[in-house]
Design a protein around this ligand. Structure first.
Ligand code: HEM
Length: 429
């Protein structure tokens, strides 16, 4: 029987030797936009990589992750190895399922109570002098992630996570993929940072295991150590390292964008500030009690999703819509482009928080994916939103922000989409 399955989508031919890498690296977003304009919602970047922008295909890709597609990625060339990836993925998924409840309820509740102190400490250290907002938010979320995972034993963790993330950045931000054995300083730094994080975690986990477990979990490690059937030490270590890394750069970039959005749009600052000032100093609102702030945060994540480009790898020969995919094909998609597509979003490039409030237009599924979706959706979706909303609440309630050059910030589509170079001074009200 004849099928209409096409083998490979059309796409730019590129240079005979370097393909499209040079053009892409010169202007990543511009390149993707030009190709989508020319070839439509699906185009081939090269023989092994296709880029999609169709919500139904993105839906299929995300919901079939683990089964037909892998989301495992490591910044070195062993990053694709179907067997290793399947084992890793099973181990991770088992740990992830067990940790889910604790992550979203017990450990999160204990942590948000302490987040306020972390925020005050960070901001107090900077008051009155101009700081780089992204760096400030990185330090804050590094400490927040360490506190969430290890509570009272968090000392020293934020520092190894910062080094680990810095060591990964030049590898994952590059279009070139190096083999793991490759003798290079960058790879050496990455290997050492990874080992140091795992060693530190291993010591902290062993120490906690030998102490009495409290009745009410104080942090994620307490939750993971009391799960029945128990997790292996490797699972606990992997889950915590994965969460520490995931809870550092992306939330920090989201917080920096949220603050940038408020600083550059005085009317939005006034709305969020008014909602914050309506609370008395004895009360502490929850996420759902700050709907206008939440709407601003969601709109910020629509306009500036830090994970602006995501991907999956075909685990076997399979199909996506009408396209046949060979094993190991990479399928990329950009939440940034999906979030700004005028077919799904009226006035897509303008910040309109009201679209998230009652009476806004219904949102087409899989056109809003700042946290991903499917079985590998962000584990910290609720925690991340809570951290963002409460941080904007504390900020607008207690501080004024002076940032005369904020409008000069231009988005850079590097490893993460973040407001690099955004400088501000925080002044106590
Ligand atoms: C605003 C803040 C955040 C944003 C925008 C965000 C976004 C994302 C995105 C886009 C992914 C990839 C999802 C996919 O591949 O389908 C992800 C994965 C992940 N996130 Fe977040 N994240 C945030 C905060 C957090 C926090 C606070 C935690 C810590 C609890 C966290 C833990 C994770 C983990 C562990 C993964 C990997 C999930 C897996 O592969 O199974 N995230 N996040």
């Amino acid at each position: 029987m004849l099928t209409d399955r096409r083998l490979h989508p059309p796409g730019p031919k590129g240079h005979w030797l370097s393909g499209n890498t040079f053009e892409y690296d010169r202007d990543r977003m511009g390149f993707l936009m030009r190709c989508h304009d020319e070839y439509g919602d699906v185009f081939a970047y090269d023989k092994r990589t296709i880029v999609v922008r169709d919500p139904d295909l993105v839906h299929s890709l995300l919901t079939r992750t683990n089964e037909d597609f892998s989301s495992e990625s490591s910044p070195v060339a062993t990053r694709f190895d179907a067997d290793r990836s399947a084992t890793d993925s099973r181990l991770w998924m088992a740990a992830r399922r067990s940790g889910w409840r604790g992550l979203n309820q017990d450990a999160a509740a204990a942590h948000t109570g302490r987040l306020r102190q972390l925020f005050d400490r960070q901001l107090n250290d900077t008051v009155g002098r101009e700081v780089d907002v992204l760096a400030l938010m990185e330090t804050y979320s590094g400490h927040a992630a360490a506190d969430f995972c290890l509570g009272a034993d968090a000392k020293g963790i934020a520092e190894v996570v910062v080094e680990n993330t810095r060591a990964i950045a030049p590898l994952s931000g590059s279009s070139e993929v190096l083999p793991e054995w490759f003798p290079s300083r960058t790879l050496n730094r990455f290997r050492q940072a990874r080992k140091k994080t795992l060693d530190v975690l291993s010591r902290k986990i062993a120490a906690r295991k030998s102490a009495a477990v409290p009745e009410n979990p104080r942090d994620l490690l307490d939750v993971l150590l009391t799960i029945r059937p128990g997790l292996s030490e490797l699972q606990v270590q992997r889950l915590i390292r994965g969460i520490l890394l995931a809870a550092y750069g992306v939330p920090a970039a989201s917080m920096a964008w949220a603050l940038w959005t408020l600083t550059t749009r005085p009317a939005l600052w006034a709305t969020v500030e008014a909602e914050a000032m309506a609370w008395s100093s004895e009360e502490e609102p929850t996420l759902t009690e700050l709907p206008r702030t939440e709407a601003v945060v969601k709109e910020t994540l629509r306009l500036w999703p830090p994970t602006w480009l995501m991907g999956r790898t075909a685990l076997r020969a399979t199909a996506l819509g009408k396209w046949s995919l060979a094993p190991k094909t990479q399928i990329m998609f950009s939440p940034y482009l999906m979030h700004r597509d005028s077919r799904w979003w009226p006035d897509p490039d303008t910040a309109v928080p009201d679209r998230w409030l009652n009476g806004g237009e219904p949102i087409r599924k899989y056109t809003y994916i700042p946290f991903g979706a499917g079985p590998r959706v962000c584990l910290g979706t609720r925690l991340g939103l809570t951290q963002l909303v409460l941080t904007m609440y504390w900020l607008t309630r207690n501080y004024r922000v002076v940032a005369p050059d904020a409008l000069a910030v231009i988005p850079v589509f590097h490893n993460l989409l973040a407001p690099y170079g955004f400088q501000a001074t925080f002044v106590r009200k």
